[in-house]
Design a protein around this ligand. Structure first.
Ligand code: FMN
Length: 203
């Protein structure tokens, strides 16, 4: 039986629930799954696959990014999948970034006002600008897939500076935009994707 780690970072708590759902789907394939906050110390070598999830918080959550960089060497051997929670995404025709397949929650992207000339917010919220730093963090290893999903935004849970940033840059209305069907569909496909990418697959 394979062992899979789902490690998550969160600011206001909603990504933890997503990580639990991802873990449940993977476990239904027969794998043994640990769902843990990213801050907990883990020995990655005891896992056959790792999923790392976190929200966009002025760039992908710092702790999630740090975790990828810190374990860069391990990800040369252990298959990695990533999920990113977001409230704002500019619609483009991209289906991958740097050769990494992206699974997109179709309800999330919004078309730019003028496709010829993106404004600051639209450029900031392109798939490529969100995901390029994530992919760079594990180079030369690449995630088998990156899922990008709508998140949850509750102004009442945030500090004043966070409210200010979200109002000025993200300009997303409060609410829960988590698309559980999309999240679970993506997660259910991960065991097969990790199996084919695993260095152990040919054993
Ligand atoms: C300070 C702050 C910055 C954020 N930055 C972005 C961002 O750059 N792009 C985006 O799409 N969403 C952004 N969001 C929305 C969060 O990614 C979204 O609300 C997420 O689901 C929060 O997850 P959590 O509940 O696990 O913290 C931001 C939210 C906050 C509070």
């Amino acid at each position: 039986m394979s062992r899979i780690l789902v490690a998550y970072a969160t600011m206001a708590g909603s990504t933890e629930e997503v990580a639990q759902a991802v873990g449940e789907e993977i476990a239904s394939s027969g794998a043994q799954v640990d769902v843990l906050p990213i801050s907990e110390d883990k020995d990655l070598e005891s896992y056959d696959g790792v999923v790392v999830g976190g929200p966009m918080i002025m760039g992908w959550h710092r702790e999630a990014m740090r975790f990828l960089r810190k374990n860069r060497d391990a990800f040369q051997r252990i298959p990695l999948a990533v999920f990113v929670m977001a409230m704002s995404l500019t619609q483009t025709s991209e289906t991958g970034v740097e050769g990494v397949p992206v699974y997109l929650d179709e309800d999330l992207p919004k078309p730019p006002a003028n496709e010829e000339r993106l404004n600051f917010k639209e450029r900031y919220a392109r798939l490529e600008s969100y995901l390029r730093p994530v992919i760079k963090a594990t180079r030369p290893a690449k995630p088998v897939s990156i899922g990008v999903f709508g998140g949850r935004l509750e102004y009442g849970r945030l500090k004043w500076w966070a409210v200010l940033f979200v109002m000025l840059v993200i300009q997303a209305p409060a609410g829960d935009r988590r698309n559980w069907e999309a999240i679970r569909t993506w997660a259910a496909g991960l065991p097969a994707m990790m199996q084919t990418q695993s260095p152990k697959a040919g054993e």
